[in-house]
Design a protein around this ligand. Structure first.
Ligand SMILES: [Zn+2]
Length: 572
């Protein structure tokens, strides 16, 4: 058996499972095949060793089924609640969840087991889930990293008269007009056989959707939608966020797909929490930006392209104090976005429903972040120019000027903002635009690479037109901020600077990468690396290439196959 992970989205992945030369795309269904419940043609089948055919997944029924294969059937009848498969016997090639029935009653146990199955070398094995994979649960289960599901719950549902859909379970007997056009539903017949065929089709369709969604990097949104009909699923997602943020964050790309933050759970997405934690852990305001100006977000992103922000920028510019003003955008669910980070994912990639009302969780989050900002960054003046978010923010500010009076876009407010800045802020002494541009870039590099990022801006200058800005030292280019990526892409010279502090580095055997770097050549990978990060590829002190990480650092070290770093530049 061979398993290769082809695409990743958090813990979810699209893979290829090859058994005896027969290939299957995962997430996949593995069908039980018995006389009473024959598997469809051409699918992945589960068989015991005695019956195994070419390409079948080999699993032996456990002791609490009978030793004979047909013993499985006894476990498929109504009222059976466990897994018919032996525990721990397949660890060599499959990562198996056991005691599934107790996990259906205990979400804490379920999420803890996910964390366990994703540790050590089990991370790169296919993860097998029996009994739980109903169509409406598949999204959450795949989000937690499961790759293969058995058909048992589909069979059991048919025995119970349960008509399965991707959003929940319906009573087959009560549906007048079947909401499906699969061959079984389209036939005039209604029986267990047709119901089972429908349940199979529904699960297979959902798995197709999951593979597409993983490939698009939008699993989190789908999961937030799919969990609504089943409290067990909601519990699982919330507990994954509360108890296993670190595991999820490790697998969350630094540059993901745009998303809708439309549910309560969106507030605790790992990429959102990482944004807030990274601000608190890494962030330093740009040098010389002594005046904090708090402004509202805009629906259009990046914010500075919106009409409202163009007016704010004009007022700031006309005050003649632009170089000393630090604009920070107040927004949910990110909390705060310093202007110089507005291109960095997910600051320009989220959408929220706007009602003008902030709920209690959002208010508390913003209060905490504003308090952190003013206490840690030490401004000489704080100006609040806010709308709906004015009340919670102003309530935690001590010394400040309110220039918006609640309507930040009005002519009077904009004029008040301009005058306040001119009257309260002394004109900048030296440096001006160029040194502020460099200070903004330094802040961004620090946010992206940690302290090592600051080295990129020592004695450097900035060239180009926002959002495409180059970092130059003398005539040597170290990196470039680009508008679409929203972060700095390094040259080999830039990678040397980062690697000199040991940050964001992948250690390879003694060769020069040609094309992309595969996991097999990697000896060690820095634990600060996330998928989507720029990394230095080095042998000892010798930086040989730079590129974008495609795997987590643990996977880079464990895997024997797969693209680990997409190389941008390599030594010749
Ligand atoms: Zn159907």
């Amino acid at each position: 058996m061979r398993f290769e992970i082809l695409e990743r989205d958090g813990l979810a992945r699209v893979g290829e499972l090859e058994i005896d030369g027969v290939k299957h795309s995962t997430p996949a269904l593995a069908f039980i095949d018995s006389e009473r419940y024959p598997a469809p043609k051409g699918v992945l089948k589960i068989e015991p060793p005695s019956k195994k055919g070419k390409g079948d997944l080999l699993i032996e029924p456990s002791g609490f089924s009978t030793s004979h294969h047909d013993g499985i059937e006894a476990d498929l009848r109504p009222a059976f609640r466990g897994s018919p498969y032996a525990a721990g016997k397949y660890d060599e090639y499959l990562s198996c969840l056991t005691e599934t029935s107790s996990m259906m009653l205990d979400s804490k146990k379920f999420v803890d087991s996910v964390s366990e199955l994703k540790s050590g070398d089990r991370l790169i094995k296919p993860m097998y889930c029996s009994v739980m994979g109903l169509p409406h649960r598949l999204a959450l289960l795949a989000y937690c990293g499961y790759d293969v599901f058995d058909s048992m719950p589909l069979i059991m549902a048919a025995e119970y008269g349960n008509y399965l859909t991707s959003t929940g379970i319906l009573d087959y007997a009560r549906i007048k007009d079947l909401p499906c056009a699969c061959p079984a539903c389209a036939s005039e017949k209604r029986g267990k056989k047709e119901l089972l065929q429908h349940n199979y089709t529904e699960a297979l369709n959902e798995l197709r959707l999951l593979r597409h969604t993983i490939s698009e990097g939008r699993m989190r949104e789908l999961v937030e939608a799919r969990i609504r009909s089943d409290p067990w699923l909601v519990q699982n997602l919330r507990l994954m966020d509360l108890d296993h943020y670190d595991l999820q964050e490790l697998h969350t790309p630094v540059k993901g797909a745009p998303f809708q933050a439309g549910s309560k759970e969106s507030l605790s997405r790992p990429d959102i929490i990482r944004w807030r934690k990274r601000l608190e852990g890494r962030y330093k305001k740009p040098d010389g930006a002594g005046v904090l100006l708090l402004i509202p977000c805009s629906a259009r992103k990046p914010y500075s392209k919106s009409q409202s922000h163009k007016r704010f920028l004009q007022a700031i510019w006309q005050s003649g104090r632009a170089d000393t003003v630090h604009e920070v955008i107040v927004t949910s669910p990110l909390g705060l976005v310093p202007r110089e980070l507005e291109l960095f994912y997910p600051a320009k990639d989220y959408d929220i429903p706007v009602t003008g009302h902030w709920d209690r969780d959002e208010k508390r989050m913003v209060e905490e972040m504003v308090s952190w900002l003013v206490e840690s960054q030490r401004y000489s003046l704080v100006v609040s120019h806010l709308g709906d978010e004015r009340e919670p923010v102003n309530s935690v500010l001590k010394d400040f000027v309110d220039t918006s009076q609640g309507s930040p876009g009005s002519r009077e407010s904009l004029l008040r903002l301009e005058e306040t800045l001119r009257d309260h802020v002394p004109a900048a002494k030296s440096g001006g635009r160029h040194s502020r541009e460099l200070a903004d870039m330094r802040s961004l590099c620090r946010f992206q690479f940690g302290e090592a990022g600051e080295g990129l801006c020592d004695d450097a200058r900035i060239a180009g037109r926002w959002p495409n800005l180059k970092i130059l030292k003398g005539e040597t280019q170290l990196g470039m901020l680009t508008g679409d990526r929203g972060m700095v892409s390094l040259t080999i010279d830039g990678a040397k600077v980062i690697a000199s502090s040991g940050a964001y580095s992948v250690e390879i055997e003694d060769f020069i990468p040609k094309g992309n770097l595969f996991a097999v050549g990697i000896e060690r990978a820095g634990k600060d690396i996330r998928i989507g990060d720029d990394v230095a590829v080095a042998h000892g002190k010798d930086v040989r290439a730079v590129g974008v990480a495609q795997m987590t650092p643990f996977e880079m070290e464990l895997s024997k196959r797969g693209e680990a770093v997409r190389i941008r530049h390599a030594l010749h």
